[in-house]
Design a protein around this ligand. Sequence first.
Ligand code: ADP
Ligand code: MG
Length: 400
Amino acid sequence: TRVLKFGGTSVGSLERIRASAAIAAADIRRGDKVAVVVSAMAGETDRLLRLAGGLGHGLGDEETDVVLSAGEQVSAALMAMALRLEGLEAQSFLGWQAGIRTDGPPGAARISGLDASPIRAAMEKGHVPVMAGYQGASKEDRLRTLGRGGTDLSAVALAAALEAHCDIYTDVDGVFTTDPRIEPDARRIEKISYDEMLELAAQGAKVLQTRSAEFAKARNVPLRVLSSFAEPGQSEGTMIMQAEDIAERRIVSGIAYARDQARIALRGLSGAPQSAASVFAGLADADIGIDMIVQSPASESGRTNLEFTIDYRDLDKALEKIGESDAREVLSETGLAKVSVVGLGLNRRADVARILYNALAEQKIGIRTVSTSEIKISVLIENDAVEQAVRALHAAYGLD
Ligand code: ADP
Ligand code: MG
């Protein structure tokens, strides 16, 4: 069994929908059982978001989710029609009809359960189910959306429930060493581990949604990323699998970037461990993700300087929360970006930092903050230098 997910550009027009339906039909003729999951047509979710935004989201976000989830309903039905034109029996399913249960807030719900029996029943009748991605129902049977890129998660969750393979069809021929739109010399990665894929996604590579990579890893879902723009069967794509199953592993797999970071610096925070803890407790309460934490002694004895990065969209909320801290001074800066080098072998490579600093120094790109883990090294730089930094690091780590 195979779950085929088609992203926004792959269902962006009736022509693209027909091409994607032809890919599903080819799999079925080859003997696969197939379920399809679709995104909204490219640009549609943004249009719907503007509509809802025009009414200030109606003083609450629940109805916005109903507006936003409409895009997938349309493409699911159109895809079912296109599959019928291929001579197949097909039937569309909204998220709730396919048994997707969620918890969490509107706009960022999580899949808490999936009873795939309606989808299974359709497949047993020989129908191709086409599920609307990005949506499910809350405990109270209200519509919920899963956050940007959420259709990837819908597809992986359905594949897990059906014990199926998951093929993510998009507008590039797989996962590349970096975003091919920024670096034309980026190369397709044939096989990549779940951990590296997860890290690339978490650091900004939008080719796969982060939570879907997490889910696939946890449930061991065989995952591929391929292009729907190739003729059926012609896209080679990328296989995402357990690291142990990859014979030839590279030290560095790829470079990811995330624009629109903000940095907050608290100067002269009381040195008591409690004061930093309470800063982060306040931010956690407000659901604000923290990244790149640096702490250093302040010149004033007994005090400390603490800085970290967040998504700039959370800045106002974060500063409000931090207002309650005992820092002497709170500074903030926007217009920053994070560029990350990802690879399972990074920690074994002694010259990883030298290469990074050399490459960026040659381009005269200033580094604000660096953070490392076993699997990545990230630098905080100015937004305007992102493309230059990505290309320089891509070459410096020999990915081109
Ligand atoms: P879809 O609508 O199919 O979900 P997305 O736009 O979410 O497609 O993801 C595909 C895009 O991800 C590509 O067009 C590419 O620009 C971008 N991308 C970013 N990083 C990478 C990468 N490392 N490999 C491939 N694509 C990447
Ligand atoms: Mg996507």
